[in-house]
Design a protein around this ligand. Structure first.
Ligand code: ADP
Ligand code: MG
Length: 622
């Protein structure tokens, strides 16, 4: 085209497209849900803008916020159209090709090892999945602030953008035209597309229509020329027309009773989804399967795994809102990447059914950012800017309630897990016991670190979070155990909770610090994650019991009458020893009852860094 401007894809994007277009990956269906999800995002954006500027939607068809799917069997084109926000020329260049999203290279890497494209949406590059089924794609787009443009590419490293002077004006929004590959003919079948929309896009909050064919019976005079029927049927016609036709014929019928029925194909928009929001329904009416499917669409997680848990509730009182929270089956690839510098909230905020934002960091604290879900509030104002909303006082209340509910939900995961309970409790558990078995360990392995970060960050909920803590100990026999279980095993007269930190369980098991404790049958917690050192600076006590690091000063294993005696008789030795080591090296030399076979050990002072902490600080590996 004469007015086309050529661009090269950013290198990472180009690599991704190569992989996709040559992919033998069998589940090519995913492209449709990615396009529908993009259309839905674009509609959310324009609807949000229209809250503060009504005119932005325009009039007539333009104001219809829907998604339309159309097929052209002859030309082998599948098109998906929305009346969302659309893209300016600059948006097209930026969003579809030149600026690689942060997830691109991570996804390319993952693709090369796993070959699984299913998670493409989570990496922010879902659009490119169109090249699974098409070898040539056109994106026609019109944003209110610019003219209509066409973006096109054959996935050959380059794309072109032209001002659109030949297609019908869109008014506003985007139409994606997929020129399907030879082997992708199934995506020209209506039933296939209907099935895909039902399966993957059921919970999209905008109506999705397909231009569907329909066979209708039409009565025509028997003696009329066949060819004239065909003329009528080529163009689509509404029912009214055919009824009128019938009526005309009815009149003639008395004179010429001979009529016959012929099949005629008409087209009409057929609605494919039920737009009623799941979170507005009563939890009793929503099935487990529906919650699972809703999670998949919300989290763009189509791994077919069920979420570990969910909580659907209504908050009443000063601040009213409905929410659905999910614990995903797996942690996202970048959960702890740039944890302190960025805030990746995963909750969608709606105000009175209107999507506002999924970038609100006021809804959940960082350590709970692994949760997915949504909040829909009636207590927040609709027609203010995002920034003003962000400061609204109701958000504090919402956040507080969400944290409570989230921690309850996580605790329930443990309570329902037969692996977590005593034999007596197990007997009383429900029938889905097998399904729940091991679910808390699974949770802990994926998100345990978040709970620890929570203990560090959230003083208000520290005790609740400490209840969720799991670890191995000298008595846990390779399994995970909890503080409550530890306390239930404490020896009579034991005041403190004993723990030790280090790099691995194996290292700790052989530590001289444990000799006497083991001999006297005290249980010691093993903390082996670097974050544990920080954790224990914040977790001072639990249920009125103090934590004692057994490699630090102050370890008391109960009263020993010989203490004083021993101290006296070894006084000269300890004095000599202390003086012969310089003051920079040790603070003190003492008689201790913590050892059994080992003659002496270096202990850290109460408020000093443990040896393990020194090691961590040196390698700086949090
Ligand atoms: P993501 O949706 O995760 O951002 P995609 O690869 O699916 O990643 O889409 C890339 C970007 O292209 C989107 O963020 C959006 O800005 C733009 N985009 C894609 N489809 C549309 C559409 N139908 N309308 C408007 N913008 C779109
Ligand atoms: Mg997308």
């Amino acid at each position: 085209r004469s007015n086309a401007e050529k661009f090269e894809f950013q290198a990472e994007v180009s690599r991704l497209m190569d992989i996709i277009i040559n992919s033998l990956y069998s589940n090519k269906d995913i492209f449709l849900r990615e396009l529908i999800s993009n259309a839905s995002d674009a509609l959310d954006k324009i609807r949000f803008l229209s809250l503060t500027d009504k005119d932005i939607l325009g009039e007539g068809d333009n104001a219809k916020l829907d998604i339309q799917i159309k097929l052209d069997k002859e030309k082998k084109i599948l098109s998906i159209r929305d009346r969302g926000i659309g893209m300016t020329k600059e948006d097209l260049v930026k969003n579809l090709g030149t600026i690689a999203k942060s997830g691109t290279s991570a996804f390319v890497e993952k693709m090369q090892t796993s070959g699984d494209l299913n998670l493409i949406g989570q990496f922010g590059v879902g659009f490119y999945s169109v090249y699974l089924v098409a070898d040539y794609v056109e994106v026609i787009s019109k944003n209110n602030d610019d003219k209509q443009y066409v973006w096109e590419s054959k996935a050959d490293g380059a794309f072109a953008i032209s001002e659109d002077t030949w297609n019908e004006p869109l008014g506003r929004g985007t139409e994606i035209r997929l020129h399907l590959k030879e082997e992708a003919g199934e995506y020209l079948e209506e039933f296939k597309l209907k099935e895909l929309v039902k399966r993957y896009s059921e919970f999209i909050n905008f109506p999705i229509y397909i231009w569907a064919s329909k066979e209708v019976d039409v009565e025509v005079p028997a003696d009329e020329d066949e060819s004239s029927d065909e003329d009528d049927s080529t163009e689509s016609s509404s029912k009214e027309e055919s009824e009128d036709e019938d009526a005309d014929k009815d009149e003639d019928e008395e004179k010429k009773p001979k009529t016959k029925t012929v099949k005629e194909t008409t087209y009409e928009w057929e609605l494919l989804n039920d737009v009623k929001a799941i979170w507005l329904r009563s939890p009793k009416e929503v099935t487990e399967e529906e919650y699972t499917k809703f999670y998949h669409s919300l989290a763009k997680d189509f791994s077919n795994e069920k979420p570990l848990s969910w909580s659907h509730f209504t908050a009443e009182g000063d601040v009213e809102f409905k929410a659905v929270l999910y614990v995903p089956p797996k942690a996202p690839h970048d959960l702890y990447e740039s944890y302190y510098s960025s805030n990746k909230s995963n909750l969608k905020l709606y105000v009175r059914r209107v999507f506002i934002s999924d970038e609100f960091d006021e809804l959940l604290p960082k350590y709970l950012s692994f949760l997915k879900g949504l909040v829909d509030s009636d207590s927040l104002p609709l027609n203010v800017s995002r920034e003003m909303l962000q400061q609204h006082s109701s958000l504090k209340t919402i956040k507080k309630k969400l944290i409570r509910k989230a921690l309850d939900m996580i605790r329930r995961l443990a309570d329902e897990d037969p692996d977590e309970s005593t034999d007596k409790e197990k007997k009383e558990m429900s029938s889905d016991i097998d399904e729940k078995k091991g679910q808390y360990t699974k949770f802990w392995n994926e998100f345990g670190k978040s709970i620890k970060l929570g203990i560090i960050e959230d003083a208000t909920n520290r005790n609740r979070l400490a209840k969720l803590l799991r670890f191995e100990s000298s008595k846990s026999e390779g399994k995970l155990t909890s503080l409550d279980q530890y306390i239930s095993r404490m020896k009579a007269g034991q005041k403190d909770i004993f723990y030790i930190t280090g790099t691995s369980k194996e290292q700790l098991e052989n530590s001289p610090f444990l000799e006497r404790l083991k001999k006297k049958n005290f249980e010691v917690i093993y903390f082996t994650d670097p974050v544990d050192e920080y954790l224990m600076q914040y977790l001072m006590d639990y249920e009125d019991k103090k934590f004692q690091n057994v490699s630090k000063e102050g370890l008391k294993l109960g009263k020993d009458t010989k203490d004083k005696e021993l101290k006296e008789s070894f006084k000269d030795l300890t004095k000599w020893w202390k003086n012969s080591l310089s003051k920079d090296n040790v603070d003190d030399v003492k008689i201790s009852d913590r050892l059994d076979n080992t003659p002496c050990v270096v202990v850290t002072s109460k408020f000093g860094w443990s040896a393990n902490m020194e090691r961590i600080m040196q390698s700086q590996t949090l």
